[in-house]
Design a protein around this ligand. Structure first.
Ligand SMILES: Nc1ncnc2c1ncn2[C@@H]1O[C@H](COP(=O)(O)OP(=O)(O)OP(=O)(O)O)[C@@H](O)[C@H]1O
Length: 260
């Protein structure tokens, strides 16, 4: 099967008039449709850069980034991006925020309002359509951001630490919601996180990147019993702690290598 997203021998160098920073070197990565992958690694190893490449926000300096087997030429509605901050527009209603992506891509239709209502209901936010972002809690705003990302019906969702600014309870609830929503819709998710237990609880695979220039250091398949459990309960499954310690060891080794 053609992977939904694939990076082949990708280098990414940031060039400024002062210096060249090689953020990624010979990166090879692919995700199959419906998979959920987490990327973990030391600060500055290129995780966000990797998502920016997949989102078509920056082109690779070398190599290929392929979406459904075709080179990524720029941002596309097929790829959704969710960040740590919700970036809702404070002057727009919740409904208008949800519909922003459709509006920007000229895809608004008579059915759009209904779609926004359905998405908000799916996020447990019925009745908020005509409210404004400041009237919602941080967790609710992040749900609106998820609804907005889903409104354009992307095949691939890129998630850059979307839960890290939330309190612990809300974070666990949102992890469940995101995983459920993606599974139900058969979407692919790629999550960047600094929270290793979150990475294991939500993913099919956890990929550990080495210190800059980022490369894949190792890949861990999450066992079936953990994958099948809801993220909240996955943490209690047999084998969870052992896997956590194994990946933690890799992360520590990767950090140490970066400092030598
Ligand atoms: N626009 C840019 N111009 C120059 N260098 C950049 C730019 N963006 C990122 N970098 C550098 O590229 C490297 C990778 O950055 P990136 O943000 O992808 O790492 P990260 O793994 O996501 O980090 P963190 O976990 O701290 O968020 C870092 O050394 C960073 O300083």
């Amino acid at each position: 099967m053609v992977p939904i997203i694939q990076l082949k021998h990708v280098d990414l160098a940031y060039v400024t008039d002062r210096e060249v920073t090689l953020a990624l070197e010979d990166m090879n990565l692919s995700a199959q449709s419906g998979e959920f992958i987490s990327l973990v690694g030391p600060s500055g190893c290129g995780k966000t850069t990797l998502l920016s490449l997949m989102a078509g926000l920056i082109p690779p300096s070398r190599g290929l980034v392929l979406l459904h087997g075709k080179p990524v030429k720029g941002p596309t509605p097929e790829v959704g991006y969710m960040l740590q901050q919700d970036y809702l527009f404070p002057w727009r209603t919740i409904q208008d925020n949800v519909l922003l992506g459709l509006e920007l891509t000229n895809l608004l239709s008579k059915q759009s309002v209904e779609l926004a209502e359905d998405l908000l209901e799916g996020m447990g936010l019925d009745g908020t359509s005509h409210m404004f972002p400041h009237q919602l809690s941080g967790g609710m705003r992040q749900r609106v951001a998820l609804a907005r990302t889903l409104a354009t019906n992307p095949d691939l969702l890129l998630l850059d630490e979307p839960f890290s600014a939330l309190d612990y309870q809300t974070k666990l609830q949102l992890e469940d919601l995101v995983v459920d929503t993606l599974k139900q819709r058969g979407k692919t998710g790629i999550l960047v996180t600094h929270d290793l237990s979150e990475a294991i609880a939500v993913s099919d695979r956890v990929i550990v990147l080495g210190a800059r220039p980022g490369k894949i250091r190792s890949t861990f398949e999450v066992p079936d019993n953990i994958r099948r459990a809801q993220p909240f309960y996955a943490r209690e499954e047999p084998g969870f702690n052992a896997l956590f310690h194994e990946i933690w060891g890799e992360l520590e080794a990767s950090e140490r290598k970066g400092k030598t």
